[in-house]
Design a protein around this ligand. Structure first.
Ligand SMILES: Cc1ncc(COP(=O)(O)O)c(C=O)c1O
Length: 397
């Protein structure tokens, strides 16, 4: 086929055609922090600035930066086999799946590896619709589940702000979070699934608690709906337990997870109970990159470090220390769990974020204008908590 006139014209463009100053689409507002490299819990800039990272690249860098075991595992995998798809069996994929199932503590014996949190949620939706043959989904106010058509439809406020698709692919009902009274009316025999982040991330590190989650479980059982925990942000040890399901003692039918799962190598997973796994049919789900050997080596090495270095105990310890030591200066309270901590501020969290960055500490904001969100590496130590405390005291009430 001949090239279209347009393509031909592009090809003929003079080689010195001026390139835009920055070819990146202007999708993200960026912090004034041009990071060149990082070590441990510290980000470094070319100008020699060193910034304490309490945000972890949106909750991803669970092991921090330059972790030797993780780095070695990726280098070795790159040398031996950089890629093969799910069309061929791979030892590293089987090992990663078994390791993740064991890490999740039983109850979820089947894993489907994908690439992102949104993709994991899309596949969970597909399984719920397939199993129940219903078309309605219940989600929570202030939720965040991703940017794709299905996951975005479940995300609170997306339609008004950025959804971008002409319509949601299914019906969604949003219910107020922690409002047990709203459960029975909204979750009915028309409901295929209830999607919930047990600790909401973007919603402000807002923990839903075991009573509320157990009430969702009970209602799902009554009407035959599936319960899906979106643990993309709060899973993989961030609450101090492998998953928030264990923290709250409530077992969903599916767990989706990503972010910390690969410590920065893009990967995600859908964990399924036997009932859900039994409904998976050959060729019904698929992906090119999901479950690739580099991703699986990253997953295996991440879990190896979480378990081998007892990092979940550190998450519990340091998370408690933040709550004990850092309700000072502009911070009046806290919410969340483990190292998904929301610091409730007496002034806009955005201002506190800027004041902390000026003092070389990177934090995150959230959908709640009063809540500063901390998502640090699990390797954070008491000395780093003291740096945060000192900076908050310096900022003042
Ligand atoms: C709870 C939750 N679910 C899903 C997603 C989407 O994940 P991804 O950006 O990997 O698609 C996010 C991302 O922030 C999230 O926090």
């Amino acid at each position: 086929m001949n090239a279209s006139p347009n393509l031909a014209a592009q090809a003929a463009a003079p080689p010195d055609h001026p390139a835009p100053a920055d070819a990146l689409a202007p999708v993200f507002a960026q912090y004034p922090l041009p990071v060149t490299h990082a070590t441990g819990v510290w980000l470094h800039t070319a100008a020699g600035r060193r910034v304490l990272d309490l945000y972890g690249g949106h909750a991803v860098a669970a092991l921090g930066y330059g972790h030797p075991g993780w780095t070695r595992a990726l280098a070795r995998q790159a040398e031996s086999l950089n890629f093969q798809s799910n069309a061929v069996p791979l030892d590293v994929r089987t090992r990663a799946a078994n390791r993740l199932v064991r890490f999740a503590g039983g109850g979820f014996p089947s894993v489907f590896f994908v690439n992102s949190g949104a993709e994991a949620n899309e596949n969970a939706l597909k399984m719920a619709f397939t199993i129940t043959r219903r078309s309605e989904v219940v989600a929570l106010e202030h939720s965040f589940h991703g940017r794709t058509a299905g996951a975005g439809a479940l995300t609170w406020g997306a339609a008004a702000k950025w959804y971008g698709f002409p319509r949601a692919p299914f019906d969604v009902r949003f219910i107020p979070r922690r409002d047990a009274g709203a459960i029975a009316g909204a979750i009915t025999q028309a409901t295929a699934a209830v999607f919930v982040e047990p600790v909401q991330g973007v919603g402000g590190a807002f923990d839903l608690g075991s009573e509320y989650l157990a009430a969702l479980r009970r209602r799902c059982d009554e009407v035959g709906a599936l319960l899906v925990f979106d643990e993309v942000q709060c899973g993989m040890g961030r609450t101090g337990q492998p998953f928030a399901a264990q923290l709250y003692g409530v077992m969903p039918d599916m767990i989706t997870t990503a972010k910390a799962l690969g410590n920065g190598f893009p990967c995600a997973a859908l964990l399924m109970t036997p009932r859900v796994a039994a409904a998976v049919k050959l060729d019904a789900l698929g992906t090119t990159f999901g479950g690739g050997p580099m991703a699986c080596a990253a997953i295996e090495a991440t879990i190896e470090a979480l378990e081998g270095e007892d990092l979940l105990a550190n998450v519990r310890r340091v998370g408690a220390l933040i709550r004990e030591r850092c309700i000072v200066g502009p911070v009046s309270g806290h919410q969340g769990a483990g190292l998904l901590t929301g610091l409730i501020c007496t002034r806009p969290a955005r201002d506190v974020h800027a004041a902390l960055l000026a003092r070389d500490i990177l934090t995150g904001t959230s959908g709640d204008a009063r809540v500063l969100r901390l998502l640090p590496p699990y390797t954070l130590a008491a000395e780093h908590v003291e740096l945060l405390r000192a900076a908050l005291l310096d900022i003042g009430a």
